[in-house]
Design a protein around this ligand. Structure first.
Ligand SMILES: Cc1ncc(COP(=O)(O)O)c(C=O)c1O
Length: 368
């Protein structure tokens, strides 16, 4: 039985292996391990890819979020609104600034932040709203923005968690254009490094400078520390990988869209399966193909036993984790979806035969 992994990082590496090996040799010869020309080149290429003037490489996506929040003024005494059904890092990053985490529910069909709930949660202390572009499609940031305008709250910044959405657009625009966005290059992401890495993107020069300053021990000149910062920088070796992969990302995202369309067809006759919904105006990049099924835990166990690398993103809403249980609250859509969601294998190189086998095994798991 050949396994079908959730993501196939070896298949991605095979496409970039020569470039990566040549680049690693270059970095080692130059001993340009932190920062340097490769990092600067990647930052300008990623900014161009994002349609924004500034991209700042940092050590990981969680740091990217924290530095973005701090750069826009999130800190003690302020509040940040974010969805209850996200990876824990979104909430962690807010907590690390000293601000209060304010959770809201998600839309039951897309699992993206419920815009009305987010707008209703605004208080005089709200400094940011952090929509998460979950699974690879952009949350309706345009609607949040018009809601903020109607409330005359242009002091509230939209900080986008774009960890899962590199290359996604909504009405032709990517993330970060309405404020600031943070992304992760964790190896399994659509644009994945060979270790931890992340970036912040924005059109606002002042925020870009603050992120870069905070991430370099609070100073842009060696030994001149203007702020209390952190050490959060991108490595030269990771920049080599990211440049090689970025050159292929648009093509890989198209392959992911083709794979998602194949799953849509394969699963169309499965009455027990709720397929993913894409919002009008969105170009999805399918970081995750998430369906909803009854008896999810049994179905998952059967799929895994049959060699299908299905998984769950995410089994426990933020307010049900030990770290954030003290927030309490009730978020019915997040709570109802958590025990039913199931992520099927998806990656650019997945073949129609592999997908047919996933569908077949899913059918068997649901029937037994
Ligand atoms: C939605 C979301 N936010 C934040 C992160 C944090 O990124 P990192 O693991 O690079 O710190 C991730 C990925 O891990 C994520 O999926």
């Amino acid at each position: 039985m050949t396994r079908i992994p959730l993501v196939d990082l070896a298949a991605a590496h095979a496409e970039v292996a020569e470039e990566v090996e040549a680049g690693f040799k270059r970095i080692i010869a130059d001993t340009a391990f932190i920062g340097g020309a490769e990092v600067a080149a990647f930052e300008s290429e990623y900014a161009a890819f994002s349609g924004l003037p500034y991209a700042i490489g940092v050590a990981n996506g969680t740091d990217a979020l924290e530095l973005a929040f701090k750069a826009v003024g999130v800190g003690p005494g302020t509040e940040v609104i974010l969805p209850a059904n996200t990876f824990i890092a979104t909430a962690e990053a807010v907590a690390r600034t000293g601000a209060a985490v304010v959770l809201v529910d998600c839309d039951p069909r897309t699992y993206l932040i419920d815009v009305d709930a987010a707008l209703a949660a605004i208080t005089p202390r709200t400094k940011a709203i952090a929509p998460v572009h979950l699974y690879g499609q952009l949350a309706p940031v345009d609607l949040i923005k018009s809601g903020l305008a109607a409330l005359s709250r242009d002091d509230i910044v939209i900080v986008e968690d774009a960890a899962q959405s590199q290359g996604a657009t909504r009405h032709g625009l990517g993330s970060g254009v309405d404020g600031i966005a943070a992304t992760s290059f964790y190896p399994g992401k659509n644009l994945g490094a060979y270790g931890d890495a992340g970036a912040v993107t924005t059109a606002v020069e002042e925020w870009a400078t603050t992120v870069r300053t905070l991430g370099s021990h609070g100073g842009l000149r060696k030994y001149h520390h203007d702020l209390v910062g952190v050490n959060s920088r991108l490595d030269g070796l990771q920049a080599v990988v990211l440049r090689a992969k970025l050159a292929r990302l648009a093509g890989w995202n198209s392959q992911r869209r083709a794979a998602a369309a194949r799953y849509d067809e394969l699963l169309a006759g499965f009455e027990q399966v709720v397929r993913p919904v894409t919002l009008d105006g969105n170009v999805h990049v399918w970081h995750i193909y998430c369906v909803r099924v009854p008896n999810r835990d049994e179905v998952l166990a059967k799929l895994n036993a049959a060699g299908v690398g299905a998984a769950i993103h995410y089994p426990i809403p933020v307010h049900r984790t030990g770290a954030f249980a003290s927030l309490g609250g009730s978020y019915p859509n997040a709570e109802a979806s958590a025990p039913e969601i199931l992520s099927l294998p998806i990656y650019p190189q997945i073949t129609p035969d592999q997908q047919a086998r996933v569908a077949e095994e899913l059918g068997k798991a649901l029937a037994s």
